[in-house]
Ligand binder design. Sequence first.
Ligand code: HEM
Ligand SMILES: N=C(Nc1cccc(CNC[C@@H]2CCCN2)c1)c1cccs1
Length: 362
Amino acid sequence: NIHPSELMKSAEQFIGLCYAELNRTQEEAESRLMDIRSQIELTGTYEHTSEELTHGAKMAWRNSNRCIGRLFWDRLKVTDARHLSKTSDIFSELIRHIENATNGGKIVPTITIFRPSRPGEPPLTIKNHQLIRYAGYETPDGTVGDPASISFTKECMELGWQGDLTHHDVLPLVVQQGNEPPEWLSIPHSSVLEVSLEHPELPDLIDQGLKWYGVPIISDMLLEIGGIMYTAAPFNGWYMGTEIGARNLADKERYNKLPLIAELMGQDTSSESTLWRDRALVELNYAVLYSFKKAGVSIVDHHTAATQFGLFERREEQAKRELTGDWSWLIPPVSPATTHIFHKSYNNEIRSPYFHYRNKGQ
Ligand code: HEM
Ligand SMILES: N=C(Nc1cccc(CNC[C@@H]2CCCN2)c1)c1cccs1
């Protein structure tokens, strides 16, 4: 846990920035800091107002160095769920997040913020990497589903969850209150929007049963605002097509679909130098974008995303804020050098508020 004097320093830095951005007066900031100081002296921590929580979450997205989608940082929908304590209520709120963020395909970037960790109180954690993700199983005939989920799937089965052993079993939500045993709940199938993959020039693709879920909702990161740690704050945007087409379905240690795509294209795969892998990669990424668009589910291609990021860079300059970024994650995995991002460098310093990785086992 964070020491009170350190916490006060973080609070001063956050309130100063946040109130300036919200055009509050110096006096308002100072009187707010007096409240906070007495709360910290009394309880060892302090509570954010709804406005501080909302703007703090938007600042954390704006500071996410690895995020190419930050142009829309100020339009994040923030749901304050700090009052919920019962696990059953937390599960219901997670399902509401999935349904409201999905919005029939017109995805709404949303974050739901649950109660932060408090001194002497074990934290609330969501054990899922993403609220919606496919299970992975090691079977004698090879892997079924998403290899990235094999260990978490084992944990879920130890808790009593049973999958159908298909390539697309949606894992249950798993929530842990402090050191109590984790609890799980299956997500209603009707709440999970999925897109089946097709390609206008590869008519046989549709019969391969390839599909992916529409809404990525990261649920295993720690949101730090003014020294307060929100250990359960799932957030979603929409996908950039390459995440599905160039990694989730393409990586050898994920769904490894490039050989199949090359086959459907009738390519000669006898030698790497035919670039069959690269041609398959482009067509798989095209299929992802084509299928999402046809299904009316929000998605962005990596060229458009890079252009939007360029707009974000200029907006931050106008706002006299120093841009931070992580070049190695900002460049897309397909045709990186066709984007402006590849040809410049970025300052990868951490600015608070920020989304951090949680320590293992936390
Ligand atoms: C609105 C559409 C959005 C798009 C298209 C987008 C795109 C991306 C992409 C492609 C990545 C790299 C992911 C990877 O390679 O695994 C990323 C990373 C990230 N994004 Fe965004 N993003 C969006 C919205 C958001 C929102 C709403 C938040 C939080 C409020 C957010 C926070 C982050 C963070 C923290 C990372 C780094 C994750 C890590 O370090 O593992 N993004 N984003
Ligand atoms: N489009 C998205 N993609 C995204 C964002 C953050 C983190 C991740 C998951 N990254 C981890 C994977 C696994 C290893 C490399 N990438 C995906 C969003 C997810 C939530 C909001 S936007």
